[in-house]
Write a protein that binds this ligand. Structure first.
Ligand SMILES: [Cu+2]
Length: 273
């Protein structure tokens, strides 16, 4: 009798964990924003591990209570399993957990591919790392200025993907944008990259996550997400305003807007900042 209760509990557990696996929303949609994708995958993992933990915890408690020795001289007995029972006990859990693991791994791999594929309309910024600072170069001699406290600032346009082409002048650093879930080593003699999609106006932390010397913990600053039009204005103003915005190797909507604003540009930045 008890064997059946136990078997039923195990069978009930399998679809439950499978359900938990599929409860999280699809990791990535049409927009190639891997930040959301990583968040979803993380939520999914937590849910999965939580569900498995609860199910196995309940089974353990049930067994502890149910199979406890009732009297001093009670001896245990081991009910034998048929071939079918043995196969079922082995194969069902293997397939359930393997399927779940494979599903999670496939999602992670898909996200990783997405993270390594730079969107065609990405705004390119050259990043140079040095002990103990970051420099951001937008092309045409336009470099992001540090803030009032001398902290590095990376200005980016809202709604446009940004790709950083990174190299180091000295040792190995690592450029981390926690809010965007991206981090990549920055090395001397090699160009690495990472891209992200700034969606909300505001500030995000940027920091070094590779110990690079005594000033390592000082190597942080801000990502400043500003409206796309204001960003183009800023680039225009800094690049002398004589020529249309460089738009770097980027393409898409960017070149059209600054060209149209070209005439008004010299006045606008003065009023803006
Ligand atoms: Cu560093």
């Amino acid at each position: 009798m008890k064997k059946w209760v136990f078997t039923a509990a195990m069978m009930a557990a399998a679809p439950l964990t499978a359900m938990a696996s599929s409860a999280a929303p699809a990791a990535e949609g049409a927009i190639h924003d891997h930040t959301e994708g990583w968040n979803n995958l993380w939520g999914h993992l937590v849910l999965d591990l939580g569900a498995i933990g609860v199910v196995f915890g309940l089974i353990s408690i049930y067994m502890l209570v149910s199979f406890v020795r009732k009297s001093e001289n009670e001896e245990g007995s081991l009910p034998g399993l048929s071939l079918g029972g043995s196969l079922a006990w082995t194969l069902v859990p293997v397939f359930v957990f393997l399927a779940d693991d494979m599903y999670l791994a496939a999602n992670g791999f898909k996200l990783w591919i997405n993270q390594r594929t730079v969107p065609v309309n990405a705004r390119e910024v050259k990043l140079t790392a040095m002990m103990y600072n970051w420099e951001f170069d937008y092309g045409n001699g336009v470099v992001a200025e540090a803030d009032a406290n001398g902290r590095p600032q990376l200005f980016v346009p809202q709604g446009q993907p940004v790709v950083l082409r990174m190299h180091s002048e000295d040792v190995v650093h690592s450029f981390f944008l926690p809010d965007y879930r991206v981090k990549e080593d920055v090395m001397p003699g090699r160009i690495t990259y990472e891209w992200f999609l700034p969606k909300q106006i505001g500030e995000n932390v940027l920091t070094c996550t590779e110990y690079c010397g005594v000033g390592h913990s000082n190597m942080f600053g801000k990502v400043k997400v500003i409206p796309a039009a204001k960003f183009e204005e800023m680039i225009l103003a800094k690049s002398g305003a004589a020529t249309p915005a460089p738009a770097a190797p980027a393409e898409g909507a960017a070149p059209a807007a600054p060209a149209a604003e070209g005439a008004a540009a010299p006045a606008a930045p003065a009023a803006g900042k």
